[in-house]
Design a binder for this molecule. Structure first.
Ligand SMILES: [Zn+2]
Length: 207
């Protein structure tokens, strides 16, 4: 997404966006460096330190983590459209040296919400981003390395649309753009019907 960007579907629900201006994955899911067993990704904005991170949807800070990584956890204020459907989401960032949010802080989609950084266990400036479906259900630790992650963690590419994001390194994942087409399946029956008619006509030589 881009600074202060907002995107709303025709049904009034926000479209969950990728929170950085650039997509550059430096460590993916289950990465052997420090992501064993978790779906988080490490993300950078090339050439920037303390790069801005924007609220991917209107949200509230629901928890802070007490270790040196300066983790901040947020929950959407309502259901949002994701590539996996309409639902609540929660998400977190690590390594911000100057966190903005404390528990109860509210943000509108597009607001500055955090920064990349080097706080805690970080060898270079980045953010450690983890997403989950549903309302915030807690922070847990998983084998084999006891890494922390959100309960009900989700694939980021199933959670955020990458509209208006500069794509530099996809990490090998397939990312989805919302575009201007509503993901709401309210008209799909009709267009499927037309397509079936067309296909049948085509098959029978009627065009
Ligand atoms: Zn990480």
């Amino acid at each position: 997404m881009q600074p202060f960007e907002r995107k709303t579907a025709p049904d009034g629900h926000e479209v969950m966006l990728f929170p950085l201006t650039e997509l550059y994955v430096t460590q993916g899911e289950n990465g052997s460096y420090s992501h064993q067993g978790i779906l988080a990704m490490d993300l950078v904005v090339v050439g920037q330190h303390d790069a801005p991170i924007y609220a991917p949807c209107s949200c509230t800070c629901v928890a802070t983590l007490s270790d040196s990584n300066n983790g901040r956890i947020f929950q959407s204020n309502a259901e949002v459209w994701t590539p996996a459907g309409l639902q609540y989401v929660n998400f977190m960032f690590f390594h911000d040296e100057n966190p903005i949010a404390s528990v109860g802080s509210t943000f509108t989609q597009g607001d500055l919400i955090a920064h990349t950084g080097t706080a805690g266990q970080a060898t270079g400036d980045h953010t450690h981003f983890n997403t989950a479906f549903g309302q915030y259900a807690g922070w847990t630790h998983v084998p084999p390395q006891n890494h922390g992650c959100l309960v009900n963690s989700s694939h980021i590419y199933d959670t955020c649309y990458i509209d208006d994001t500069i794509i530099t390194n996809t990490g090998g994942y397939t990312w989805v753009t919302y575009g201007s087409t509503p993901p709401v399946p309210t008209t799909s029956k009709r267009s499927n019907f037309k397509w079936v008619l067309y296909a049948n006509n085509f098959r029978h030589g009627i065009r």
